[in-house]
Design a protein around this ligand. Sequence first.
Ligand code: SF4
Length: 334
Amino acid sequence: MSSAANHFKPLALELCALSKTFKLGGGMLHKSQTLTAVNNVSLRVPRGQVMGLVGESGCGKSTLAKILLGLTPPSEGDVLINGKAIVNANQKALARHIQPIFQDPYSSLNPRQRIAQIVGLPLRIHGIGTQKEQAAKVDEMLELVGLPKRAAQQYPGQMSGGQRQRVAIARALIMRPDLVICDEPTSALDVSVQAQILNLLLDLKDEFGLTYLFISHDLAVVEHLADRLAVMYLGKIVEEGTREQIFTAPRHPYTQALLASALTPEPGLGVPDIGLGAGQPDPTRPPSGCAFHPRCPIAQPQCSEQSPKLTDLIQSAAQGTTQPNHPRVACHFA
Ligand code: SF4
């Protein structure tokens, strides 16, 4: 698809200046602290695309997912699904549009229910179809995710990790949601099974025209299926662009370090010390200016004073020319 066509696709998901702060501790002797887990995040995901969201643990990815799933309200900002604000919608209404697929399918599946009950649960909750129609839909979904018919009568404990994740996918997709939040869906699986599940997710996306927000610390996984990527650091998006832009010419020093860490023998264990100096700062006391400056190999004095805005690179360089799909980067010297 051309980048221009891409730009004008309708949006499935739009985050508008979304923030989430938490008050920690406090009492007679101690002042409470404020943790800004998500900090003024704006993001647009066109329908039918996969947006990869990457960053170290604690960067705010999971809080963002919880806001989208209605598990915690944002402190500020809006979330639009297909152009409609959902911030005050109840969880049941949200579940028709947004479904999650989590890292550990075992803990998200009721061990005492048969697979047919688990996969059909969303249909029962929303009162969709007769019992017979629901059973037929469950059979259809199980077949689509590559499980045999007899799986319907099994319990989660009788299945392998990969089969359980197929069940979780069937349950998430049976309502044909607009958006699927995939939160590290393959990181608990063997490498050989990971590829099968990723390919299944891609096939189902094409078949149903789904949109995925794919959260991962593993860049190799994201490279396999994301159309676009957003990189988060301490609650903010520091770079966003197409897969090609991010993987072939990363502009932000943090993205460059993440890509370098993915090339080490143990990818995904956080950013290694490749000229980054200090470790991750305390998120309750984020550094001044650019929050990455204590770790940044090219930091200048300006960096500790001024916070860089997430800026459309080419637009800012070409002063007013507007072309779609430019990378956006939050760095004074990108
Ligand atoms: Fe590094 Fe400065 Fe850019 Fe931040 S603004 S990433 S500290 S060069």
